[in-house]
Design a protein around this ligand. Structure first.
Ligand SMILES: Nc1ncnc2c1ncn2[C@@H]1O[C@H](COP(=O)(O)OP(=O)(O)OP(=O)(O)O)[C@@H](O)[C@H]1O
Ligand SMILES: [Mg+2]
Length: 505
């Protein structure tokens, strides 16, 4: 690589937090017009590095250069003025503000010196959404949008400025394949215009498609770097983990058990239409569907956090649909939500407090919380799920994104549910930890639990589910047993137009 190509350089960056060295003398070079992929296990230091490149945090030591000159970033404002934009892993939007307000917050377009030029902002917001081929109401409050759409807004926010460097921390974790396709088109346009892009993702196929170069981080150290064309997925995984990669074994079908969860005619206005299915004890059922298919809403209705307008939910024959959330939890229904920030975790609590939040009764002795009982169960799950932390007392916000996701799942597991509902459980979780989560789920199922999870990752559904329900347009359009499902059949059912069916009936 020639020196002129170098846009941004990080030299010997070290970042220490109390008890953790998040980055240890990391070197990193970003070229103009290229996509540089950062990869590593949960907690490896990827987000920390991009936060330093974006001026969100200062390094403990080391320095940055841009165009060959030393670059000092004391704030995100500094980074902004150098044309460095960031798309955060944990979305940075304000739920009560509208789409257009969020896109321009803190850098409003003005008319004269002080007046916000609303019509210019609205025009640009519409243009950006059009470029991303999205039909989103720019006046809708962001908090009312599904997670994937919020992620699109976060992307628009970064694109609203002319950037020279774009840092993308898991930009596609909540996007559907179609949206990822559009985003990749935009990335290629930015590349052609000379923008340098740092791209973080746990979706390996995606990285192979969009990346030019790759840097692998492990435990805060740079362990390898290469041109992506020269390496394969196994090379990446081996460098990430330091071990050889073994794919998880295919599971045998467990059949014939009676239904533990039985759902009939469940509807959520505008979202889920007449869903009927069952899940047996010991069974792992996947719900596959594109974004907006109604998967999240279906799971939320089962957990009671979203009102259903019709239908029956029975657990072991007992009606659940009239019960409030806490009663359903007490009866053994647990939901690990897709959006860990708004629904899963209390940001001011520690890792341990968050994990035991939903299972206080289990950790109490005669009405008092037993510190010993709590500590025992949390330590056990922290080690089983490989939650990288300094211990249960670490503030939850000091954990990396993927490790926060594991904490949400741990919280559900600690309630000892009979029915475990997991909405996109592996969102942001690295490949190794992903198979650990499902291995634990498998063991729990073998012990009699019923598991229902949603995923937009076809491969994940194909390898992990005993049975797959496919949703499209709020309806269950197909159900496949393990021996029946093929990639083509699932994709076809997921893109079925249930509206047509509906019209005929
Ligand atoms: N504010 C903080 N205080 C203490 N430790 C922190 C803080 N932020 C991050 N860490 C620690 O630094 C390490 C690196 O975290 P980072 O978020 O960079 O990981 P990551 O590679 O982005 O992981 P993921 O794939 O899960 O997003 C982790 O061990 C994390 O717990
Ligand atoms: Mg991260």
């Amino acid at each position: 690589m020639s020196v002129q190509d170098t846009l941004l350089r990080a030299a010997a960056i070290t970042k220490r937090y109390p008890g953790t060295t998040a980055l240890d003398a990391v070197d990193f070079t970003l070229r103009r017009g290229s996509v540089h992929v950062l990869i590593g296990e949960n907690g490896a230091g990827k987000s920390t590095l991009v936060r330093i490149l974006a001026g969100v945090e200062l390094p403990t030591s080391g320095h940055l250069e841009m165009d060959g000159h030393e670059l000092r970033l004391a704030s995100t404002r500094d980074a902004d003025s150098h044309g460095i934009g960031i798309i955060y892993q944990e979305l940075s939007l304000f739920p009560n503000l509208t789409v257009v307000e969020n896109i321009f917050l803190g850098r409003e377009l003005t008319r004269g010196r002080l007046l916000v030029d609303r019509s210019a902002q609205e025009r640009l917001a519409r243009e950006l959404l059009q470029r991303l081929e999205q039909d989103i109401d720019i006046h809708a409050a962001v908090g009312t949008l599904p997670l994937g759409r919020q992620q699109i807004v976060e992307i628009c926010r970064a694109l609203a400025r002319d950037v020279r460097v774009l840092l993308m921390d898991e930009p596609t974790s909540a996007l559907s394949p179609g949206e990822i396709h559009v985003l990749f088109r935009v990335i290629r346009e930015l590349k052609a215009a000379g923008v340098g892009i740092v791209y973080i993702s746990h979706k390996l196929e995606e990285l192979m498609e969009i990346g030019d170069e790759v840097t692998v981080l492990r435990d805060g150290r740079r362990v390898a770097a290469a041109e992506l064309a020269a390496v394969d997925v196994n090379w990446i995984i081996e460098n990430m983990t330091g071990r050889r990669w073994e794919p998880p074994p295919q599971q045998e079908v467990s059949g014939g058990a009676p239904a533990l969860l039985r759902v009939a005619g469940l509807s959520v206005p505008g979202r889920v239409h007449d869903a009927s299915f069952h899940v047996a004890a010991g069974e792992v059922v996947g719900i596959y569907g594109l974004m907006g298919a109604g998967r999240t809403e279906l799971l939320e209705a089962l957990a009671g956090v979203r009102p259903a307008s019709a239908g029956e939910i029975r657990l072991d024959g007992q009606r659940l649909d009239r019960q409030p959330v806490w009663e359903r939890i007490a009866r053994g229904v647990a939901l690990s939500p897709e959006d860990r920030q708004s629904a899963g975790l209390v940001p001011t609590f520690s890792l341990g407090e968050n994990m035991t939040l939903a299972s206080l009764a289990r950790h109490s002795r005669r009405g008092c919380l037993s510190a010993a009982a709590e500590r025992g169960s949390t330590l056990d799950l922290i080690s089983k799920l490989h939650i990288k932390s300094t211990g249960p007392r670490q503030p939850i916000t000091a954990l990396s994104g993927g490790n926060q996701q594991k904490a949400v799942i741990a919280k559900c597991l600690l309630t000892s549910p009979r029915v475990l509902l997991m909405d996109e459980p592996s969102r942001g979780v690295d490949v190794g930890a992903r198979s650990e989560i499902f291995e634990i789920a498998r063991r729990l199922a073998a012990g009699g639990m019923a598991i229902l999870f949603s995923s937009s990752d076809l491969h994940e559904v194909l390898t992990l589910a005993d049975r797959v329900l496919v949703m499209a347009g709020g309806r269950i359009t197909a159900s496949f047993a393990r021996r029946q499902f093929t990639e083509q059949a699932l994709v076809a059912a997921a893109s079925a137009k249930p509206g047509g069916l509906h019209d005929r009936t």
